[in-house]
Design a protein around this ligand. Structure first.
Ligand code: 9MJ
Length: 324
């Protein structure tokens, strides 16, 4: 009946909005209790009227385990690793190489800098605005299909937000576990005598590779977008920073620390400043990802065998591993 449909639609909108405000804007509106009350009410209404259930309903995040393991998924565009830079000279050399190929001065090139999150890289594919596939990076060309696990992350939208829905969108990003969630998980694991993880990266990767999504659903995982590998229709002569801003309007979290900087000196300063506050972030990073901002230049620069010419990763010295 129309009244029932009205309540179901209203509840879904409130739950999706609450997810967005909590995970993307960091401005929660609903308490966890309010969220759960609404989710239980929606589950009850859907149980009474199964014809109303749709795959993108917030109640459909935790599904069944895939029968026989994860299927292997070929990435339409390889998820390549990044070349490394270890000091200011390396950063300047990277900027020089880019400037040479673009036939301009290094001090004119616009870069973006963002923290290099130390988690598990994944790829999410949305067709007509609906999440259809999620996979691990694997060897860069082929990953594991872990859609049912990624659906359990409330920071992964089941459907894209807003009116400008692209026909096709492939988002790449990092699934991380914050230190607080990591320590609580290991505390519980020690009490239960189950597997204790050596570090948040292993905990995130291990949680995503659980065969049972109900276990993944209990893990404190967050998805942070850092690239749109495919976007149709595309954004023409846009920049990486504009693309990241667009992903936020579509429902994704992307780095709050992203900065647009001109010339290598400003990039060196960013790396030094972020390095100074590395221990206060509350999650692990292992460097800074420095990218040429203009997507047109990224396309022109392309990739060498295994890594893009248009990006490099500035790495901090490894932190002494947290032995738990
Ligand atoms: N790990 C991480 O945080 N990454 N990785 C990239 C990346 C890899 C290839 C293109 O972009 N960007 C960020 N922030």
């Amino acid at each position: 009946d129309p009244q029932l449909l009205e309540e179901v639609t209203q509840l879904r909108a409130e739950l999706d909005e609450a997810n967005y405000r909590y995970y993307v804007l960091d401005e929660p509106t609903l308490t966890d209790a309010d969220y759960d009350r609404r989710l239980q009410r929606l589950k009850q209404l859907e149980a009474e009227n199964p014809s109303l259930i749709s795959p993108d309903s917030p109640t459909q995040r935790v599904g069944a385990a895939p029968a026989d393991g994860f299927p292997s998924v070929a990435h339409a565009i390889p998820m390549l690793s990044l070349d490394n830079a270890f000091n200011a000279e390396d950063i300047i050399a990277f900027a020089q190489r880019v400037a040479e190929r673009l036939e301009c001065e290094a001090d004119e090139v616009e870069f973006t800098c963002e923290p290099k999150l130390d988690g598990a890289a994944v790829s999410l594919v949305y067709e007509q605005g609906v999440l259809v596939s999620g996979a691990t990076r694997g060897d860069g060309r082929t990953g594991e299909g872990i859609t049912s696990n990624l659906r359990t992350l409330r920071s992964v939208p089941l459907k894209l937000m807003g009116k400008q829905i692209p026909e096709l969108l492939e988002v790449r990003g990092e699934v991380i576990m914050r230190h607080k969630g990591f320590e609580a998980l290991n505390e519980r694991a020690r009490e239960e005598g189950s597997k204790v993880f050596a570090n948040p990266r292993n905990a995130a990767a291990g949680s995503l590779r659980q065969l049972n999504p109900q276990i993944t659903a209990t893990r404190p995982l967050e998805f942070h977008a850092y690239q749109a590998a495919r976007l149709e229709p595309d954004m023409g002569d846009a920049t990486h920073s504009e693309l990241m801003a667009r992903l936020i309007t579509l429902g994704f979290r992307s780095s709050a620390e992203l900065k647009v900087l001109t010339g290598p000196q400003a990039v060196v300063e960013y790396c030094e400043q972020l390095g100074a506050k590395r221990d206060q972030l509350g999650y692990d990073i292992d460097g800074v990802v420095i990218k040429v901002n203009a997507l047109r230049y990224q396309r022109e620069l392309g990739f060498v065998a295994r890594a893009p010419r248009w990006a490099t990763a500035f790495k901090y010295p490894a932190q002494e591993e947290v032995t738990t």
